[in-house]
Design a protein around this ligand. Structure first.
Ligand code: ATP
Ligand code: MG
Length: 411
């Protein structure tokens, strides 16, 4: 079976990579909790309709990227490509639509059939927050501030810029859509095949096309600003005022739209130059229509999702490998005496290990190689005297310590 490889677009997380990954997820979980977000875990696969009905039939995710299959019972299920649809499905099926607000944090794997490249995988992982219930722009500001705080706590905020946009309300979008389609139709000869498809069905998606010749056309396209209703403009102004109060810097980017179709008003991305083409590290917006699409009542909501792999790559230094205390018994009797010490160290929350075989020299070599910070050496003479030799492996200093004082010394 030596020809077995991980499936294309998947990767193992081991050693330094896993430490980076865990640091991102742990930090996000901790910061989100300070904002009052509670963690939810929804299933990794769902009825395909949870995604196909709600993500928008023209979204890349639904048209090209879903891992869908028919299970043994004949039902079509899909490995979740994102977290928001499942959270909204869970809100409805758990009868929580009358218990608002719900402030949800999640972390876990997502699946998209993509062309793998740096920062783009078929199984990747997201952290995300959803604030379901409030329709005020203060909610949008708080969700964004939470994301910004996480980036700061990870010490990557200096490399990241918040790009903010409004998609307006329905009336704004209808008016804008006409103007945008008129402009794009004048330039249809230069549009990519994908964009031509979207021209009738979802023209705003053309604004964030990655195709070079699309980008040139889009650069001079009309923006939504002139078409915003008074209410939509007031919402966007309110959001910007609140962001200033939260001290979150941003720039306006009128080309930001969301890849999924259920968004309105706020759309934003945290982007970096440090990751090449895969520059979006966190993205979100307001999706007031989604809970209703899922069969619940009309419910405002706003949230974001962030790729853990991309954040991990931004971390300057990996978190250091943990260091252990090595128990080094010399002889069988000492080994028996070492076990209670080993367990006492562990009970005190310390990382403590003991090899399964080997003489003093081999065991010390192994402890050094594993990066142990201290060795507790137990010889026959020590045992008689009720002490152990505690050696600091960084400085090399060694002292005899009474057995009942070892835990306190090393804590
Ligand atoms: P992109 O434009 O890069 O394809 P997207 O708009 O499809 O991103 P979202 O659906 O907004 O991405 O997902 C939110 C975040 O999840 C992205 O900003 C990114 O950090 C991460 N992400 C999305 N797809 C992948 C992937 N295939 N591999 C790794 N991370 C991903
Ligand atoms: Mg994508």
């Amino acid at each position: 079976m030596t020809d077995l490889q991980p499936a294309r677009g998947t990767h193992d997380l081991i050693g330094e990579e896993q430490r980076r990954f865990a640091h991102v997820a742990d930090t996000a979980r901790r910061i989100a909790a300070t904002y009052g977000f509670d963690e939810w875990q929804t299933p990794i696969f769902e009825d395909t309709r949870v995604f196909s009905r709600t993500l928008g039939e023209t979204s890349d995710v639904v048209t090209k990227e879903m891992y869908s299959f028919t299970d043994r019972g004949g039902d079509s299920v899909t490995l979740r490509p994102e977290g928001t649809a499942g959270v909204c499905r869970a809100l409805v099926t758990n009868g929580l639509t009358q218990s608002l607000p719900q402030k949800v944090f999640y972390a876990g794997p997502m699946f998209r059939y993509e062309r793998p490249q740096k920062g783009r995988y078929r199984q990747f992982h997201q952290i995300g927050v959803e604030l379901i219930g409030p329709g005020e722009p203060l909610a949008d500001a708080e969700v964004i501030a939470c994301g910004w705080d996480i980036l700061q706590a990870l010490d990557v905020a200096d490399d990241v810029v918040l790009e903010l946009n409004t998609l307006g309300d329905r009336d704004s979008r209808l008016a804008y859509r006409d103007a945008l389609v008129a402009y794009l139709t004048d330039h249809r000869g230069s549009l990519s095949q994908d964009s031509l498809h979207r021209l009738d069905r979802n023209p705003m998606r053309i604004l964030d096309s990655k195709d070079e010749s699309d980008r040139i056309i889009v650069a001079n396209a009309p923006t939504i600003d002139r078409y915003l209703t008074d209410a939509a403009r007031a919402f966007f102004d309110g959001l910007q005022t609140h962001l200033a109060h939260f001290n979150v810097p941003f720039i306006r980017n009128p080309r930001i739209v969301r890849g999924l179709d259920y968004y309105g008003h706020t759309a934003f991305e945290f982007v970096t130059q440090a990751l090449g083409a895969q520059g979006t590290v966190m993205a979100g917006g307001r999706y007031d229509g989604l809970v209703a699409e899922m069969g619940g009542p009309q419910t405002p909501a706003v949230g974001w999702a962030s790729g853990i792999e991309r954040l991990s790559m931004l971390l300057d230094q990996p978190p250091p490998a943990p260091t252990a205390i090595a128990l080094v018994p010399i002889g069988e009797q000492a080994e028996a005496a070492a076990i209670p010490i080993l367990q006492a160290l562990r009970a005190a929350g310390l990382r403590a290990e003991m090899a399964y075989r080997g003489n003093l020299k081999r065991r010390m070599e192994r402890a050094n190689k594993a990066g142990a910070r201290a060795a507790v050496i137990l010889g026959a003479d020590d045992l008689t005297a009720g002490v152990a030799q505690v050696k600091d492996l960084a400085s090399g200093t060694q002292e005899a310590v009474p057995l009942d004082q070892i835990v306190a010394l090393l804590s």
